[in-house]
Design a protein around this ligand. Structure first.
Ligand code: ADP
Length: 453
């Protein structure tokens, strides 16, 4: 049967998926909200169907609307991208029951490993190191507090269904725990429709290092090196790179094998990411698995030469992976900067609006994944990411130089972006020497503030 793929997403990732489909001669269907009528993904797809009003819950998050578009267009596959419905087990289930291939893991795997608390239980059983904490979900404030006292402050309270750095609080005392626990639970209920929380030890100044895996339906599961995502602001990634400046061959193998073990424990099929925190002594602890393609996947693509989205499509079509573990060879260094429409001076307030002029960087080793174009109006309803600027060079040092030049040549008029902020981050001694942790950007911003006072 001839395949046809519906992309249940928008923005750069929808464009990314459509491009991969074109290379594989798979016709595509875009879906869009009324705010995205003039979006790039709508222009590039072979067909496009409007699925509702701007607000996500009326369009991109509306399972009925997305499915109706799939059925009406005769789509045989659905790629969920990241965010929106990508980790929604109910969606994966319904798609499969309609006889449509979901480009992602089974609903069963999502429910087991996509739930953060249950994932930790599975990891512990599989012998993968986890951060000390509650055995799954905690039953109320008092029980949570008991565990917090046992492992010792500071601790983190996390919503089991949270994501994108939301639904997380750092707690440094009993009093604070009492103040924050119920509030976090209520907020989690409002944001994710799930009030369940778990508690874990807060690791001071860790690095965030994650392992990319690919698993096919024939039992083959491989790891493709790591991405270091330690540059975060409020738990949201801003710059990612690979390989990590602190991971050596032996550690890479150890983390990779742990990641594969975990994926196999839930019969995982498709692309996935296993996230670890790494402490100063290079101990690593599993924190969560993302059961979808990730924003920062190009970093891995550059250093391995593997097209992860095409591999996802192959896997969904029941084909074996196009390479074995032995054939995974890391070469060179890649860095990705997330270019956002936001005003850094105004506490990173989103800056939607019309892009009046646009000059994009390019050249040897420069990759730009984006959906923006001159005249494009950035809608206020969605994530503020405009583009991912990725550079690739033989060494880390050269990659940093290349990124600086590319940022200098990236001009967006009409809206405010964080391009200059990236430029200043790349100039810090800490980034240059590779000595960063997840708290670095926070400290850097404090430093800037003091300088201006
Ligand atoms: P999300 O699903 O929102 O990405 P994660 O559980 O992956 O949530 O956590 C996001 C970020 O929060 C991590 O990259 C890390 O910077 C920080 N973090 C999470 N757990 C801990 C912990 N136990 N100790 C210290 N920092 C943590």
């Amino acid at each position: 049967m001839a395949e046809k793929l519906l992309v249940a997403n928008r923005g750069e990732i929808a464009v990314r998926v459509i491009r991969a489909c074109k290379e594989l001669s798979i016709p595509t269907v875009a879906v869009y909200s009324t705010a995205d009528e003039h979006s790039m993904h709508v222009k590039l797809a072979d067909e496009a169907i409007c699925i509702g009003e701007p607000r996500s819950n009326k369009s991109y998050l509306n399972i009925n609307n997305v499915l109706s578009a799939a059925v009406a267009s005769g789509a045989t596959m659905i790629h969920p991208g990241y965010g929106f419905l990508s980790e929604n087990e109910q969606f994966a289930e319904i798609v499969a029951s309609c006889g449509i291939k979901f480009v992602g893991p089974s609903a069963d795997a999502i429910s087991k490993i996509g739930d953060k608390a249950s994932a930790k239980v599975i990891a512990r059983k599989a012998g993968v190191p986890v951060v000390e904490g509650s055995e799954g979900i905690v039953d109320g404030l008092e029980e949570g507090l008991k565990i917090a006292k046992k492992i010792g402050f500071p601790v983190m309270i996390k919503a089991t269904s949270g994501g994108g750095g939301r639904g997380i609080s750092i707690i440094r005392s009993e009093k604070e725990f009492r103040d924050v626990f119920n509030r976090t639970s209520m907020e989690a209920e409002a944001s994710f429709g799930d009030k369940n929380l778990y508690v874990e030890k807060y690791i001071e100044n860790p690095r965030h290092i994650e392992v990319q895996v690919l698993c096919d339906s024939h039992g083959s599961c491989i790891y493709l090196g790591e991405r270091d995502c330690s540059l975060q602001r409020r738990n949201q990634k801003i710059i990612e790179e690979g390989p990590s400046p602190v991971v050596n061959k032996a550690l890479r193998k150890k983390m990779g094998e742990a990641a594969v073990k975990l994926a196999k424990a839930v019969n995982y099929v498709n692309a996935g990411t296993i996230e670890f925190l790494v402490d100063k002594n290079l101990n690593f602890y599993f924190i969560e698995m993302n059961t979808r393609i990730q924003v920062e996947h190009p970093v891995t693509e550059m250093i391995t030469g593997v097209d992860l989205v095409k591999e996802q499509l192959r896997i969904a079509l029941g084909k074996p992976l196009s390479l074995t573990q032995k054939q995974v060879v890391l070469e060179g260094h890649a860095i990705e900067c997330r270019i956002n429409a936001e005003d850094v001076q105004e506490n990173f307030r989103p800056s939607p609006g019309k892009i009046t002029q646009l000059i994009l960087p390019g050249g040897n080793g420069i990759r730009l994944d984006t959906h923006i174009y001159p005249g494009y109006e950035v809608p206020p309803f969605y994530d503020s990411m405009l583009a991912k600027l990725i550079v690739y060079a033989p060494t880390r040092k050269e990659a940093i130089r290349k990124m600086l030049v590319a940022l200098e040549q990236f001009m967006v008029d009409g809206i405010t972006t964080n391009i200059e902020f990236h430029y200043s981050l790349l100039h810090t001694q800490e980034f240059i020497s590779g000595e960063v942790d997840t708290g670095f950007i926070g400290r850097f911003l404090e430093r800037l503030k003091e300088m201006h006072e």
